[in-house]
Design a binder for this molecule. Structure first.
Ligand code: 9MR
Length: 575
């Protein structure tokens, strides 16, 4: 299988910020430097230079050069980069490049909502649909859901929340990181001097039905998930009271397409887990401080839920997720020490209480390195706690706070060194171990660390690193592929989804603009990819086909990474 990869000059197909870094990659047999030219839309050469040979790139197996045209700063549309007889896809140079991406990346969450009709007037007629999983036939949930295999003697109303991905499952440990990143995107606008004050996140800017209610729209979106997470808590008087059920999903996998309102499967709760309980504690605690100015009662409810969850997790510190099977993702996690650190950090930041601070400082993660080269994710969440300890105002002892902040800068320096070493400029090491299921979100999470280093210091190299770090996502890669629907000349549009299954039924839409694909996965963890892509070099292990769920799905924790980074980038328009 030889994919069509288009022109050998690889650019960020969305474009570049006028005063920002501008880097491209040329695939060529040449070993010596080559001439390049930047053309404007009229075809005139506006600047030119020589490429830098970089040898063979390990992740793609290609001989490549890099091109740096950062010195050119004139805004315009329809630029192309020409080298070695090849003309790149067109791109813009503009300070407003990413403004719309902020709300596109967030509209994904509204369209993924469970238990509410999706309003086509807000997001386009093609995404309108009736409410799913409210117990209306043929649905069997989620208003009164039993536990799988008789593992509890009660039923829960767990309506609402977001569908996880291309399936209809709702998983607390993935909802946790996703809602955390949405809330942190909002919280950043209040704490970072380099943020624009939340212009893009304020009330009435997002496509959600609650716009106009005097609560920032992004918090309205977060609330949809927070309410669901609290519903997953085991009621008082029951075994494991205060813990959260790990997940709720279909008893058997459904095929695709399958609209939520048509899903006939029995819905089932999986047993409570320490990991899910700590996700609830962490995010409800964070939500409590953010909702306090807008809705005191909801804030208090969140904090009470967080406290109860945290106490229940401490009483049951090793109740690991136990997968009883059925039609859902596994989301198992054998190490919950990172979730403990994250939850303690959020509870401390919200309450300032000494007991939570003691738990923070006693955690091995407080002094350990939480910023792995391959990034954080749903199963490794210590970085979420660390980033918030570094950025959210608190009475953390000065020496401690200094060390926490320095750890973010040290991590950012490491990611900078990594992206400098990559001819495709991504902040991930150049080996197969960097290309795994959902890896695009880990790239963006590393970009979040770079961006946070800029927020903390105002040091230009960190902003430049964050801006450079997304070039890969928007097309500067071996496949010449933008991984965000609707963004870039050749963008992913057939992600695995039961809802947006256009590839299976032309009457159905593609995923909405702003949907991130999981990305190249050298593990080839689905049969379609395994068959089609056998032997692929890591960066080539991707196909924009609905069957390849392990390289090409949508997921809330991936789009939350995109949403955080898009919001940061939108703020950098002037630079
Ligand atoms: O994103 C998850 C990835 O980190 C795991 O390796 C993978 C296999 O367990 O599962 C991914 O999550 C999927 C989940 O299990 C079910 N819904 C779709 C998710 C994205 O593919």
């Amino acid at each position: 299988y030889v994919p069509e990869t288009g022109p050998r000059v690889r650019v960020n197909q969305v474009g570049y910020l006028p005063a920002g870094p501008k880097n491209a990659t040329l695939v060529t047999d040449a070993t010596a430097a080559l001439d390049w030219q930047l053309n404007n839309a009229a075809g005139d050469v506006v600047t030119s230079g020589r490429s830098t040979p970089r040898g063979v790139d390990a992740a793609s197996g290609q001989n490549v050069h890099t091109i740096d045209f950062s010195a050119y700063t004139t805004a315009g549309t329809g630029y192309t980069l020409v080298a070695d007889g090849q003309t790149s896809h067109p791109f813009d140079i503009s300070g407003t490049l990413y403004r719309q991406l902020r709300s596109d990346a967030l509209q994904f969450f509204y369209i993924q909502r469970s238990g509410i009709a999706i309003d086509g007037d807000l997001v386009g007629r093609q995404y309108a649909r009736p409410a799913g999983h409210l117990g209306v036939a043929p649905n069997k949930g989620d208003t009164s859901v039993p536990c799988r295999a008789g593992s509890c003697d009660y039923r829960l109303d767990v309506r609402g929340g977001w569908y996880d991905a291309g399936d209809h499952g709702k998983y607390v440990v993935n909802g946790g990181i996703a809602v955390q990143q949405l809330m942190s995107s909002f919280e950043r606008t209040k704490t970072a001097v380099t943020a624009d004050g939340g212009a893009g996140l304020a009330d009435s800017t997002l496509r959600v039905p609650e716009r106009g209610n005097q609560v920032p729209d992004i918090l309205d979106e977060a609330r949809w998930e927070l309410e669901f997470l609290m519903r997953m808590q085991v009621p008082a008087g029951k075994p494991f009271a205060g813990m959260a059920h790990h997940k709720i999903h279909d008893a058997n996998w459904t095929g695709l397409p399958m609209q939520p309102e048509d899903d006939p499967e029995q819905r089932e709760l999986q047993p409570p887990s320490t990991a899910a309980t700590l996700n609830l504690a962490a995010t409800a605690a964070q939500g409590a401080r953010l909702f306090a100015p807008y809705d005191a009662a909801f804030s208090a409810k969140l904090l009470a839920s967080a406290r109860t969850a945290y106490a229940a997790a401490k009483a049951n510190p090793a109740k690991l997720a136990q997968d009883l099977g059925g039609g859902g993702g596994s989301y198992g996690d054998n190490d919950v020490s990172d979730e403990f650190y994250w939850a303690a950090a959020e509870l401390y930041l919200t309450t300032g209480e000494a007991a939570f601070l003691a738990d923070v400082t006693a955690s091995p993660h407080h002094t350990g390195d939480v910023f792995a080269a391959t990034g954080f994710g749903w199963g490794s969440t210590a970085a979420l706690g660390r980033l918030d300890l570094a950025t959210v105002p608190s009475a953390l002892p000065a020496a401690d706070r200094q060390r926490v902040r320095q750890s973010v800068l040290t991590a950012a320096d490491n990611y900078l060194a990594t992206l400098e070493a990559q001819a495709y400029g991504l902040p991930m090491p150049g080996n197969a171990g960097s290309y795994f299921w959902g890896g695009n979100s880990n790239i963006l999470n590393n970009v979040q660390v770079l961006a946070t280093a800029f927020d903390l210091t105002g040091t230009a190299k960190y902003r430049d690193g964050a801006v450079r770090g997304v070039d890969y996502i928007f097309g500067r890669n071996a496949l010449n592929q933008s991984y965000v629907t609707g963004w870039g000349e050749k963008a992913s549009q057939n992600q695995h989804s039961r809802i947006y299954a256009h590839q299976k039924d032309a009457a159905l839409p593609h995923p909405p603009a702003g949907s991130l694909a999981g990305g190249a996965n050298a593990g080839l963890d689905d049969p379609y990819a395994k068959d089609l892509l056998a032997g692929c070099k890591p960066m080539f292990c991707y196909v924009d086909d609905i069957e390849s769920y392990a390289t090409n799905e949508v997921a809330i924790n991936w789009n939350s990474a995109l949403a955080w980074v898009a919001s940061f980038l939108a703020d950098q328009g002037a630079g």
